[in-house]
Design a protein around this ligand. Structure first.
Ligand code: CA
Length: 233
């Protein structure tokens, strides 16, 4: 929910772009803070605990990916990268570091607003989930505590990004069923599902790596051309 406490931290050194984002947010009733470099971004992120970060990668003092890494060491707040870099390697690097979404410059104001709405919806969903459910999911060595938003593998806590956590919960809640690529991407990122196929593959890969343990059988199965399935081990 876009409550008074839901602040967006805008990290962008390019003044015209920063102004465009700020004006857009203001016009749509979002409250926001601005940072012009990585150092300021880290300082403000820790002082003000923003609900969402909008982050440029090309910053004057450090790479935006480093900002993602540092923020992720203590915060689960969604990070939307807005960058002129359109190479897959840059996107994958940012997502691997813990970003939740990636918008390529030049971007449309409508797209930015749509991604923000999706992100706020996800936050609400997770908050409601935390309030209403206290159930714990167990599958072999995997344990998800929905209320606490924590995941354990063989009693060791796993550190997942928001996106990895959402994907894991979605698969876990549908254990045994094959979920199509479209169903998964729409649930996680909203409507533009074709664009998120590559991202989904990356998220599944990193999630699998984190879930791998002594069990020889993978918990998340690929159904080529269809989607993914969480199997009961
Ligand atoms: Ca820049």
């Amino acid at each position: 929910m876009e409550t008074e406490t839901s602040k967006i931290l805008v990290v962008e050194d390019d003044k015209p772009v920063r102004n465009l984002i700020a004006t857009t947010l203001k016009m749509h009733g979002y409250s926001y803070l601005e940072a012009v470099n990585g150092t300021e971004a880290l300082m403000m992120a820790s002082s003000y605990n923003p609900s969402i970060l909008l982050l440029d990668l090309g910053l004057p003092d450090m790479d935006g990916t480093e900002v993602i890494r540092q923020v992720r060491s203590w915060s689960q707040a969604p990070i939307l990268v807005i960058s002129a870099r359109s190479d897959d390697t840059d996107k994958i690097g940012a997502l691997d570091a813990g970003a939740d979404d990636y918008i390529t410059k030049p971007f449309s104001v409508e797209e930015l607003l749509a991604r923000l709405r999706v992100t706020f919806r996800r936050l609400n969903y997770l908050e409601n989930l935390a309030g209403k459910e206290s159930s714990i999911y167990v599958n072999a060595g995997l344990k998800i505590d929905y209320a606490a938003h924590t995941v354990f593998l063989n009693e060791d806590e796993l550190h997942l990004t928001q996106t990895e956590y959402r994907l894991l919960c979605l698969l876990a809640k549908n254990t045994g069923k094959v979920l199509t690529y479209k169903y998964i991407t729409q649930n996680i990122w909203g409507s533009s599902w074709e664009n998120n196929m590559a991202t989904l593959r990356v998220v599944v890969t990193t999630l699998r790596r984190k879930l791998s343990s002594q069990e020889s059988e993978p918990m998340i199965q690929t159904h080529v051309g269809i989607g993914y399935r969480m199997v009961k081990l």
